[in-house]
Write a protein that binds this ligand. Structure first.
Ligand SMILES: C[S@@+](CC[C@H](N)C(=O)[O-])C[C@H]1O[C@@H](n2cnc3c(N)ncnc32)[C@H](O)[C@@H]1O
Length: 237
C-alpha cells in the first residue's frame, strides 16, 4: 500500500494538523467548507430522535448541522482515530449540553459500533485519505452499522472538471495552501499533503462506483461546480 494511505501515516498527519485544522480548512476553502458540510448533512434529512454516526469526525466540525433538529432521544456517535482531534472533540462536546454525544477513538476499519444501530451515517472530508480497497471496506462498515432504510451522506473536496476552474484550483491547492500553511503554522509540508490527497482522489465518482452494491441505493452529488463532491444513499434492507 502507498505510504500516504497507511493508517499510521494519516493519523500522525492529522495529529500534527489538529491545532490549525479548523481555521485552515475554513480559510483555504474560502469559507465554503462550512456550507458544504451543512449541504451534505441536509441531503439526508435527519429527523428528531435519530441515531447518527459521524465517521472521521475530526473535532466535531459536522456536529452543529447534525444536531440542528435533535431532541432528548437523539444520539450522535463521533469516531476518529487521531488523539489530538479527539481531544479537541471532547472539549467541543461540552457546548452541546442537551445532546447525547459519544466519542470513539477508533480506526473506522476496526470499530466497535454494533450492527444496524444507526439511522444515519455522515462523513465530512474523510474520503480522500482512503484508497479503493479502503473505500470498499468503508462501504462494508456503513452497510453493517446502518439500520435497514438508514441513509448516508459523505463529502470531500474535489478537483473540478471545469476547464476554467481546474488550473486555478490546482495552483491554489498545490502552491498557495502550503505557503499559507508555512506562514501561519510553520507547516508547509503537512498542508502540501492535502493537495496530494485531493489530486489522487479526484472526486467522489470512484466512491460512487464502489458504493453501488445490491443493498445500497446511491447517488453522486456535486457541490459548487465540483469543487466538492460526495455520495448519498440508502441501505435497502
Ligand atoms: C479532513 S478531517 C475531517 C474532519 C471533519 N469530519 C470535518 O468535517 O472537517 C479527516 C479526519 O479523518 C480521520 N481519519 C482518517 N482515517 C481514519 C480512519 N481510518 N479511522 C478513523 N479516523 C480516520 C483523521 O484523523 C481526521 O481527523
Amino acid at each position: 500500500m502507498k505510504e500516504i494511505y497507511e493508517p499510521n501515516f494519516v493519523e500522525k498527519l492529522f495529529d500534527k494538523m489538529s491545532s490549525s485544522y479548523s481555521s485552515m480548512n475554513y480559510i483555504t476553502s474560502f469559507g465554503f467548507s462550512e456550507r458544504w458540510r451543512r449541504q451534505s448533512v441536509e441531503e439526508v434529512g435527519i429527523d428528531k430522535g435519530a441515531t447518527v454516526v459521524d465517521l472521521m469526525t475530526g473535532m466535531g466540525e459536522c456536529w452543529k448541522h447534525i444536531l440542528k433538529k435533535s431532541d432528548s432521544n437523539s444520539k450522535l456517535v463521533g469516531l476518529d482515530f487521531s488523539s489530538e482531534m479527539i481531544k479537541r472533540a471532547e472539549k467541543y462536546k461540552t457546548k452541546f449540553n442537551n445532546s447525547t454525544i459519544e466519542i470513539l477513538k477508533e480506526n473506522v476499519f476496526e470499530n466497535s459500533i454494533k450492527n444496524e444501530t444507526a439511522d444515519f451515517v455522515i462523513s465530512g472530508f474523510g474520503l480522500k485519505t482512503f484508497n479503493n480497497e479502503q473505500l470498499n471496506k468503508l462501504a462494508n462498515e456503513i452497510e453493517r452499522i446502518l439500520k435497514p432504510n438508514g441513509k448516508f451522506s459523505l463529502i470531500d473536496v474535489s478537483v473540478p472538471n471545469n476547464n476554467f476552474l481546474k488550473p486555478f484550483y490546482m495552483f491554489y491547492l498545490k502552491s498557495i495552501i502550503p505557503i499559507l500553511g508555512r506562514v501561519f503554522l510553520g507547516r508547509a509540508e503537512t498542508y502540501r499533503m492535502l493537495g496530494v490527497y485531493t489530486e489522487e482522489f479526484g472526486n467522489s465518482r470512484n466512491a460512487h462506483q464502489i458504493f453501488k452494491r445490491t443493498n445500497f441505493e446511491v447517488e453522486y452529488v456535486e457541490y459548487f461546480y465540483g469543487c466538492a463532491s460526495g455520495i448519498k444513499g440508502r441501505k435497502i434492507k
